[in-house]
Design a protein around this ligand. Sequence first.
Ligand SMILES: Cc1cc2nc3c(=O)[nH]c(=O)nc-3n(C[C@H](O)[C@H](O)[C@H](O)COP(=O)(O)OP(=O)(O)OC[C@H]3O[C@@H](n4cnc5c(N)ncnc54)[C@H](O)[C@@H]3O)c2cc1C
Ligand code: FES
Length: 338
Amino acid sequence: MPKVALNFEDGVTRFIECGPNELLVDAAYRARLNIPMDCRDGVCGTCKCYCESGLYSMDSYIDDALTEDEALQGYVLTCQMRPESDCVVSVPATSTLCKSGPSSFGACLSEVRHLSDTTIGFTLELDDPDSLTFLPGQYMQVSVPDTACSRAYSFSSRVNGGRIDFLVRNIPGGLMSTYLSHRASPGDRLSMQGPSGAFYLRELQRPALFLAGGTGLAPFLAMLDHLKEWGGSSHPIHLLYGVTRDEDLVEVVKLQEFAEVIPEFSFDVCVADAASNASRKGFVTDHFGPEDLHDGDSDVYLCGPPPMVEAVRRHFETIGVKPASFHYEKFNASEAVQ
Ligand SMILES: Cc1cc2nc3c(=O)[nH]c(=O)nc-3n(C[C@H](O)[C@H](O)[C@H](O)COP(=O)(O)OP(=O)(O)OC[C@H]3O[C@@H](n4cnc5c(N)ncnc54)[C@H](O)[C@@H]3O)c2cc1C
Ligand code: FES
């Protein structure tokens, strides 16, 4: 039976045995290891790891979850990977995170904020606030009341007085969007499963560039809320927040407040719409160059719609500078996550 060494980010290695033709995530679960995972369908990319050595086959997946280039470099989706020989796999998460199984949390809806025509903020009051810990940038599966469905949402704050915030794009006709726009009322019961995701703020060892697209701002708000609590950073952090139209621009006052209290933090906004009043027009890629990447000595974090990730990758190639690390979360649609 193939043996797989799982190397976690904190330096811990665990060995697990895979049955013949067994998926790596299933073998990991038998060993009580919770590798970051969401759809199990090769759609979301959450379970992406790097296979340093060994032979394996992959079932099916979509390009948004794992590009052809990534697959050629050795990246794998562990929900689709069947080890065929001993393998070494790097997991982009700490061992502590992977040992704890996904937990369920009960909560009451405490507030819904219609921040603009396109964006809704909501706050949950947790039944047991002390039991919820997460890494800033991670997300939860949040149930849609009166349905059997859930949707993935990044936390947009830390737990504060037993409450936690989320920031959601209002998609006309969308299941959660319709609930939040038309039916939600304070006191509604919701449940959450998680936390999940490998998109979280690592210890800052060099300047960081945060790139947010639309409600992809959410995990950065949580990171900034934590940085505020931790007393900031000794390295510069710059956020570029890009949206399509002026009405998509939300929480700018909150960003200004963060900029006032978090040492080394600054931000700019840009709007793609040519008719916008914003001083910076265009996409985030129109507004950063080699100097903003400190000629490669920087960490880049990106969260937004899937095409933004590829646009930023191409931009790195165009300007000829690759950051020291590139972490990203794609807000994929939830067809596969009923
Ligand atoms: C890891 C992760 C974290 C996420 N975090 C957030 C977050 O913090 N905030 C947030 O707003 N969203 C986030 N999303 C997206 C979110 O999970 C839902 O997909 C989204 O809110 C739509 O849900 P809905 O129920 O309103 O619409 P649905 O009922 O799921 O969809 C209705 C229709 O809209 C389409 N659609 C769904 N999403 C999009 C989209 N983004 N762009 C264009 N069309 C779409 C669907 O294909 C469908 O046709 C995240 C997704 C992932 C995978
Ligand atoms: S969990 Fe593997 S691609 Fe979604």
